[in-house]
Design a protein around this ligand. Sequence first.
Ligand code: F0G
Length: 360
Amino acid sequence: MNYNGIIDKYRDYLPVTKKTPIVTLLEGNTPLIPSQNLSSMLGKGFEVFLKYEGLNPTGSFKDRGMTMAVSKAIEEGTEAVMCASTGNTSASAAAFAARSGIRCIVLIPKGAIALGKLAQALIHGAQVIAIDGNFDDALDLVKQITDQHPITLVNSLNPFRIEGQKTASFEICDMLDDAPDFQCMPVGNAGNITAYWKGYKEYKQKGRSTRLPMMCGFQAAGSAPIVHGRPIKNPETIATAIRIGNPASWQQAVAARDESGGLIDMVTDEEILKAYQILAAKEGVFVEPASAASVAGLIKLHEQGYFTENRKLNTANRNIQIVCILTGHGLKDPDRAIRCVREPITVEAKLETVMEAIGL
Ligand code: F0G
């Protein structure tokens, strides 16, 4: 069967009708890659999978939400969409707006988004405005503007974004034949953890899965409002995608944590960069730093004995499955990659010098 994007695939679970004009880039259907290294790190009886959302058309999971948000916006007759963004939402909104021929306006925190994401928003023709403030300031402004003007807000406060993004949990259940036992993921504005949890609950309710995963969300240590239980005024982290001090879906994230019996913890920039390099160098999977928070969190919890502790509670005679969500592609932020490694050496264009440099 031809693949026609998440709305076509999961139509029965989404608020669309025959009349909804579907704007799609054939997003979704991303691979669930078994991780040999992380599975053996956890030991016998555990299986770790990487859901590589960086392989969506604009390089992040946002496309799942954006196909829904833009399709519904067009159905409602909107002529412009707007968002605040740490980069990926704006890249995705710009692409889907370009495809449907509507205007896209984005507000970004000045100097704090990765270059690849800025390039995407600009090349897709969005009107990009950098503000002298952070993501939270930008979102406040966007809410005010879209409240007063006929412009559709396409941040994850838009319920259609959540609807689209929940399809990632459907895919995971379809691929594993049931829900995993644990899910590790980054938390920024907290829309994605809200969406996954909604998806898992709906699939179970409809009899498509038999269990629910424990949801483990990770914020960056310098931007961890949910962990600290209060908004952070000046959030800081190298994982710019999740540099957010006052998440819009805070309450829903807390509900996902508590209903699933999981947790929301934080990981340091150092732990994020370590996981970032492990993923690239040992798994062959290049992600952006924010995405590596999933694996940094997995490693942290493993070192604390969290999974074995929880495993004891599980009497099922099968492997415990853990899925780490890798939300965005590494090419979004090449500067960060280059800064983590040794730059290539330059030698004369001569066989002997090249051979010598290689060590042959
Ligand atoms: N990972 C990446 C790569 C992201 O871009 C984001 C959010 C998250 C994780 C966190 O997801 O906000 O649903 O909790 N990026 C938004 C943006 C804020 O503007 O692109 P969340």
